[in-house]
Design a binder for this molecule. Sequence first.
Ligand code: NDP
Length: 298
Amino acid sequence: MARIKGTTLLAGVIGWPLDHSLSPVMHNAVYAALGLDWVYIPLAVEDEVGLRRLVAAARSLPFVGFNVTMPYKAAILELCDEVATAAQIAGAVNTVHCVDGRMIGYNTDGRGLLEALQGDAGFDPAGKNVVILGAGGAAGGAFVALILARAGRVTLVNRDLSRAQALIERMGPHAGGVQVETVGYPDAETAVCEADLVINATSVGMRPGDPCPVPAQWLSSRQVVLDMIYGTQERTALTVCSEAVGAKTMDGLGMLVCQGATAIDIWNAASQERTPRDVMLEAARSEISDRAVAEAAL
Ligand code: NDP
């Protein structure tokens, strides 16, 4: 637990709901390990009026920065004074750095994804075929990062095709030689079967009993499958199906740790000390297992 003093700076996560967030335990554990005089708190706001009030207040409070999660990753863009290009194209900010009362927005989800893929699966997207299921904030961060990493082809599969199309249009001139396309679920079989990497960036899998977002027979043992969902008591249908066919399977915990650590790297850039990912992962795993024990006792 952080030792709060008169000099302690604030960090936190804005979202709704936040009851199951793992960010407070991960962040506070690593602040202690780094000797940072910071404390990370949940900042649950129910609507965008609350979001605007909170951000206005944060300008005059001693915030080093904050994370932003569902459902405000798009709404926060307008409230920042400056937004990094990658976050503008993604249409999503998940990290805000507070500098002298100014709010600077970043998207660390994409960088977290690439780091987790490299670290946990040894996967380099350069020249590879990738399918992203979803076109929301998390998909946007992944899309931009994969294009910057020079993937060969990135296909966005979404229910609402206009949302996927808008993301492709924002990426437009920055796509370089990377092929980008969008298809609906009924037409996605070829893209998914041919993919080297399949990413679930939808919320399908968050609730117990949610189905696999694509038919299991579209997956194969030569693929890497990453489900961004993390921390659920039961494994998601996608990770179960993917493992059953022998694909290299990852849940979203590694990515969560890496996006959070990258946010701290931004806030703490002056120290040049890289945030230790292992401390955050250990804290998150221990919290997940404590919650499972508490749930089983009910
Ligand atoms: P958004 O609300 O911005 O986007 C949700 C996406 O899910 C949309 O593409 C939506 O499609 C799709 N979707 C929702 N329900 C269905 C359904 N029944 N069938 C098909 N598609 C559906 O959420 P985020 O992008 O912020 O987050 C998405 C997921 O990623 C969440 O589970 C979140 O926890 C996880 N995440 C994990 C991170 C990590 O570090 N591991 C980081 C960020 C997010 P449509 O547009 O058609 O409505």
